[in-house]
Design a protein around this ligand. Structure first.
Ligand code: PLP
Length: 368
């Protein structure tokens, strides 16, 4: 294959299909699958990813914000879409485009019922979020009866789903807390169901929940990171293929003498004669300064080349003294041969942050 001639995020839909099928095979055939495509499908391309997931059989999609759901509707996607974190200002647009809101407090429940009533809706599908320990969004146990009262009084909405979110499904040290969350979820959901006219879908598991807590799959699972090729353990990673590969060409190589410095504030000093390669990619593209100054490395011809000096807004420098590369050669920032997890860990973060941070100015290319 030709080396890339500009910074490019390649999105491999075969890898997505592989990951989807792997995760789908972990759940019972009657359990529904919600593909989480928030944040441009974890930094890739929400439309392309969503369309492929639906073609493969995913029943639901999810996004964080209303606008992300609207973009999918504009792209012609008609599947059910759950919005995790809508705000009141978005409710009328949600209704106009048939997006299902998460209602996550008594206030949001009341305000949404009001909006759906004004729009003359009947049985408009919504999902209730229960707080089982994240203390982020969600109704608390002692608010459930008040919520039920509001729901019973109206025909404007229908509870299509009840869900909660696990705080540490990837962490074996937190098994006891995860089990407690599962119990709280079950108790809260059952309490609500007893007062509801129709039985909603219950859903709790993210990727690590799917893989680590098969007893908690309920009626639907919500997979994000696993679809994009990352698990939360080396064992899980073996079965998944990273979907996105961030590639850049080397645009310049400098020969340095011992003592020469590189970049802003002279943060890298050559300990011996060395070679430095420059990449057209910087913190404004999502390669944050945290990865610089030797913390993380890129992959060139099967070798790790550390990011040296301060990362600039649109450029980064790597040390390639021992790597026989030339200007125009291709560098892999992350991808199957050099997973985002490794780079992320070296800089004290997680794969999620590295892949979702790749900014919209980076060219996307779909491989299918
Ligand atoms: C992002 C998100 C998910 C997906 O989590 P992964 O760990 O990426 O699988 C599921 N549920 C909610 C509520 C989320 O915000």
């Amino acid at each position: 294959m030709q080396p890339v001639r500009e910074t490019t995020l390649e999105i491999d839909l075969h890898a997505l299909t592989h990951n989807y099928r792997y995760l789908r095979a972990k759940i019972p055939s009657t359990t529904k699958f919600m593909g989480v495509v928030k944040a441009y499908a974890y930094g890739s391309d929400a439309q392309q990813i969503a369309k492929r997931l639906l073609k493969e059989g995913a029943e639901f999609l999810a996004v964080s914000y209303a606008e992300e759901g609207l973009a999918l509707r504009r792209a012609g996607i008609t599947a059910p879409i759950l919005v995790f974190h809508p705000q009141k200002v978005h409710y009328s647009a949600l209704i106009a485009h048939h997006l299902s809101p998460t209602l996550y407090s008594l206030r949001s429940l009341q305000e949404f019922i009001q909006e759906a009533t004004l729009s003359k809706k009947e049985y408009y599908p919504v999902h209730l979020n229960l707080n089982t320990g994240m203390n982020r969004l969600g109704l608390n146990e002692e608010e459930l009866d008040a919520a039920l009262e509001m729901i019973k009084k109206t025909k404007a909405i229908q509870i299509e789903g009840i869900y909660s979110h696990l705080v540490a499904s990837e962490d074996p040290m937190e098994k006891a807390f995860t089990r407690l969350q599962i119990e709280r979820f079950e108790r809260g959901a059952q309490h609500l169901i007893q007062g509801l006219p129709a039985v909603p879908l219950l859903h709790l598991c993210n990727t690590s929940g799917i893989l680590n807590y098969p007893e908690a799959h309920f009626d639907m699972v919500r997979a994000g990171i696993g679809l994009y090729g990352y698990g939360n353990s080396p064992e899980q990673d073996q079965h998944l293929i990273p979907v996105a590969s961030l590639k850049a060409p080397i645009t310049r190589i400098h020969q340095l003498k011992k003592g020469d410095t590189v970049g802003y504030n002279r943060r890298y000093k050559a300990k011996e004669d060395s070679r430095i390669a420059v990449l057209p990619l910087g913190y404004a593209d999502g390669l944050y300064r945290a990865y610089g100054n030797g913390k993380a490395a890129v992959w060139i011809q099967g070798k790790l080349a550390p990011l040296v000096g301060n990362i600039c807004m649109g450029m980064a420098m790597v040390e390639v003294t021992a790597i026989p590369c030339e200007e125009g050669d291709e560098v892999l920032v992350f991808g199957p041969e050099h997973p985002a997890q490794r780079t992320a860990r070296q800089a004290g973060t997680i794969s999620y942050e590295l892949i979702t941070g790749i900014s919209q100015r980076v060219k996307r290319v779909i491989k299918d």
